[in-house]
Design a protein around this ligand. Structure first.
Ligand code: ATP
Ligand SMILES: Nc1nc2c(ncn2[C@@H]2O[C@H](COP(=O)(O)O)[C@@H](O)[C@H]2O)c(=O)[nH]1
Length: 224
């Protein structure tokens, strides 16, 4: 067997995801941004357009907002339960963000694969993005920016889901978060929602094409 063929055979078996095996063409997409830039809004539109993508439901110690549902938006847990899961290596990544703990359970990736999804979206901060990238080099990362800091502040306040103190805290954190843009493959300015969404859709199609290309070659080499 040629070296290339052997390499693809290993890739196909392991899914090139280390211990977190998944099909070669499985899309792992991180959406990250300062709070209020529009990740949740864009993610909802993405899931309508791509129902074959799984939204990774994180665990958090944050209290639910009025419109949030446990198990759909987050798994809302107390600190003791979160720490138990972290201690049992239940998280692929976790971080403290704006004073609360957030984490992605390994079980979320398993669920997406068991449901036959063709990929998944992680709505996580830059610290989590860094951890996932270290474990899953195949991941694609998009960092979403507001058109201006004034607009970010307007959006944070306009959402009316947090106290003024929390809005200020999140706004103050934004500049520090933006400094980590280089962790991501793409930077997307969410000014007009429809054009930002069109660009994001394009990124997904391109990332899929990249993965399908690899899977096709693996298939071709293994059949010959
Ligand atoms: N392109 C846009 N133009 C105007 N308003 C927008 C745009 N995108 C999102 N918004 C609004 O900005 C607010 C914040 O958006 P959203 O909740 O999606 O942000 P987020 O990045 O998910 O925040 P967080 O990190 O805190 O969860 C919402 O009220 C949303 O309707
Ligand atoms: N590292 C992680 N960050 C996460 C995760 N889930 C959400 N987040 C990020 O937290 C902030 C605040 O979210 P909010 O819902 O309280 O507004 C935001 O940047 C999210 O992307 C996670 O599992 N890990």
């Amino acid at each position: 067997m040629s070296t290339q063929k052997a390499e693809f055979k290993t890739l196909k078996q392991a899914g090139n995801l280390g211990e977190l095996s998944a099909p070669l063409d499985f899309l792992l997409l991180i959406l990250s941004s300062p709070s209020g830039a529009g990740k949740t809004t864009l993610t909802r539109k993405l899931l309508e357009t791509f129902p074959d993508l799984h939204f990774s439901v994180s665990h958090t110690t944050r209290k639910p907002r009025a419109n949030e549902i446990d198990g759909r938006d987050y798994h809302f847990v107390d600190r003791a339960e979160f720490e138990r899961l972290a201690g049992a290596h239940g998280f692929v990544e976790w971080a403290e963000v704006h004073g609360n703990l957030y984490g992605t359970c390994l079980a979320e990736i398993e669920r997406a694969k068991a449901e036959g999804k063709s990929g998944m979206i992680f709505d996580i901060d830059y610290q989590g993005a860094r951890q996932i990238r270290a474990k899953l080099p195949e991941v694609a990362g998009v960092f979403i920016l507001p058109p201006s800091m004034a607009e970010l502040e307007r959006r944070l306040r306009g959402r009316a889901s947090e106290t003024e103190e929390v809005v200020q805290r999140r706004f103050r954190a934004a500049m520090r978060e933006i400094e980590h843009y280089a962790l991501f493959d793409y930077v997307l300015v969410n000014d007009d929602l429809e054009s930002a969404f069109a660009t994001l859709r394009g990124i997904i199609l391109a990332e899929r094409a990249r993965r399908i290309r690899k899977a096709h070659i693996a298939e071709l080499l293994l059949r010959s």
